[in-house]
Design a protein around this ligand. Structure first.
Ligand code: DGT
Ligand code: CA
Ligand code: CA
Ligand code: ZN
Length: 575
């Protein structure tokens, strides 16, 4: 799959163009950033689009013009991009790695390069050890410390890739294997199948009677950078997107047992195996064998569980958190499924920092089967995100009325993502808030408050009576920004007392609340809104990440407000 690599290349081109001191390349920079965003958030493989529809197919994508589609084609055809290569000669810096350090953008990276020839994180670490950063103009002691802290934070999360990058890549690999003609079945296993928010490596299971040919085929895939390990029935490869992938080949009759085994997690497997032993079976990745050595596992995963007297559960539940015991007693809860979802209550448009119009978002949501969407553009304090003031919101609501007349078959709701200001007050007048169908509020700025102050700030907002949904409650960004320091118990209690719904923001950079916090919130009888926080049409597909996060915390559909019809949902919110 080319998406992640192309997106990184374009981001880096934008970084490098922004450093041009001689001419203003602002529009070019913007074009490359947009392309990087479009491609980075696409779930379908851009290589496939090119293969099927050529350059025309590429140009139909939002934000992809002639020049950029030519570069995409060049890269797919030749593995190189001249534009990138020539810029790289001038700026031999690993921007993607260095700009991931908090506090370092492209400009700072270039300054570091000019002053100390720093090209990558290793160089940066050496310079910090010698206290050389603080002596560069514009940096100082404080920023040296922050950079040092940032590197440590980055390294502690190193190696685990967000599910939003890992899953599409694994799906693309499975598709290639299925199309190879060499395999009977191919499936994703491991933490990717369990939809953990980050994954350590990909695990793919293949059934074939030509393991040797499958393994050779994999080693030649364009996605593969190196073969780390290669045996007769398994191989481990390092993928170009920067993650390892284990691939196992078994015979088709072992598929169910192997999938059960490789899905895990390990603790879940250990318990299931103990049950098998008690019932007189031997269970491993090749099958379930009775006393006479006959394989009784059957071709599917399900038959293993049923032979053991258990109900099968979704992979998201297999974390040994009590699911095994409940499954034996046939008492597993009926957890929320993607098909339960009727609407999406966190959606941005080009009225603030989104890319598409209200009608485009609504049409796309309708095509996904949603019955309603809530438009939640930013408020004025979020000026970098083009947040709107009260007067602009009034006009914006007229636009939503018009959009509702234009797009039939889906209800477009009036809302906003209202900034919770430093003192806990809301960023719009009450009269504007009253014009909305519901209100979403979140913290975006002044994140470095003390725990006591932050807790008070959020609870003040919750108690205002004007908040219906608390969006991305902890404000963390996976692998980039820690959660805000806040007393979650107090916030969850207050949310319950004030009938405020908690969001499960399914954007894979956020996943907020995460599975662990959802479990905690459930103890306070919380209700949830599972949303995508979409900033363009294709983001609306990311609902599956939010739903799986909720599934990992055993959320049932009755406590998910956007699993309700619009009428009941709004009634629920107004309490
Ligand atoms: P990750 O990669 O760290 O995100 O997490 P997983 O769960 O994908 O772990 P991984 O890749 O080490 O192994 C994939 C699956 O293989 C795991 O979920 C369960 C199974 N597995 C691995 N090691 C063992 C083991 O020692 N015993 C048993 N029963 N199963 C194992
Ligand atoms: Ca894994
Ligand atoms: Ca693995
Ligand atoms: Zn948002």
């Amino acid at each position: 799959m080319y998406n992640a690599r192309l997106s990184e290349l374009f981001d880096e081109i934008a970084d490098m163009l922004s450093l041009d001191e001689k001419s203003d390349r602002r529009f070019e920079v913007l074009a490359y950033r947009k392309a990087a965003m479009t491609i980075g958030s696409m779930q379908e493989d851009i290589g496939e689009i090119y293969k099927k529809e050529g350059v025309d197919g590429l140009m139909r994508l939002p934000g992809i013009g002639k020049g950029i589609s030519a570069s995409i084609r060049e890269y797919i055809e030749t593995g190189r991009m001249r534009k990138y290569d020539s810029l790289k000669e001038k700026y031999p810096i690993d921007f993607n790695a260095i700009t991931r350090v908090p506090g370092i953008g492209a400009k700072q990276a270039f300054k570091l390069y000019k002053a100390l020839k720093i090209r990558n994180i290793e160089d940066l670490k050496k310079a910090i050890a010698k206290h050389r950063i603080s002596k560069i103009a514009g940096f100082g002691e404080k920023s040296e410390n922050e950079i040092s802290k940032g590197i440590m934070q980055l390294e502690s999360s190193k190696g685990r890739m967000p599910i939003g990058t890992a899953l599409p890549e694994a799906e693309a690999l499975v598709k290639r294997l299925n199309e190879s003609g060499l395999v009977e079945r191919a499936a994703i296993g491991g933490s990717t199948r369990r939809m953990k928010e980050t994954v350590g490596d990909l695990d793919i299971l293949v059934t074939s009677s030509h393991a040797d040919r499958v393994i050779k085929f994999i080693s030649k895939l364009d996605e593969v950078q190196d073969v780390t390990l290669s045996g007769p029935t398994k191989t481990t490869v390092w993928l170009k997107i920067g993650i390892s992938c284990d691939i196992r080949v078994v015979k088709d009759k072992s598929f169910g047992a192997a999938l059960q085994y490789f899905t895990g997690n390990k603790d879940h497997n250990v318990k299931v195996r103990q049950i098998a032993i008690k019932k007189g079976y031997k269970l491993n990745e090749y099958g379930m064998f009775d006393k006479k050595g006959r394989n009784v596992s059957g071709p599917e995963e399900e038959s293993i569980y049923s032979k053991l007297g258990m109900d099968i559960m979704d992979p998201e539940m297999r974390e040994d958190l009590g699911e095994v015991e409940l499954s034996i007693r046939h008492k597993l809860p009926r957890i929320v499924q993607i098909n339960d979802i009727k609407g999406d209550l966190h959606v941005h448009t080009d009225h603030s920092d989104g890319y598409n119009s209200i009608t485009e978002m609504a049409e796309y949501a309708k095509s996904l089967g949603r019955q309603y969407i809530g438009i939640t553009d930013h408020t004025k304090s979020e000026y970098v995100a083009h947040g709107m003031n009260d007067a602009q919101f009034r006009k914006h609501f007229d636009d939503i009325d018009r959009a509702n007349e234009l797009v039939k078959g889906i209800r477009i709701l009036k809302s906003a993502e209202i900034d919770i200001l430093k003192d806990g007050s809301l960023d719009l007048k009450d009269s504007t808030l009253e014009m909305m169908d519901y209100r979403l509020a979140s913290v975006h700025t002044s994140l470095a408050m003390s725990k006591v102050d932050m807790t008070r700030r959020v609870i003040t907002a919750i108690e205002s009576g004007y908040v219906d949904i608390l969006a991305h409650p902890t404000d963390r960004i996976i692998n980039t920004r820690n959660p805000i320091d806040m007393d979650l118990d107090k916030v969850f209690q207050s949310a319950h007392d004030n009938n405020v719904v908690l969001e499960v923001d399914g954007h894979p950079d956020r996943m907020d609340l995460n599975d662990e916090n959802i479990r905690k919130a459930k103890e306070y009888n919380a209700k949830f809104s599972i949303s995508t926080d979409s900033h363009r049409t294709t983001h609306l597909n990311m609902m599956r990440y939010g739903v799986s996060t909720a599934k990992r915390a055993w959320v049932t559909p009755e406590i998910v407000i956007n699993a309700m019809d619009v009428g009941r949902m709004l009634k629920e919110l107004s309490g």
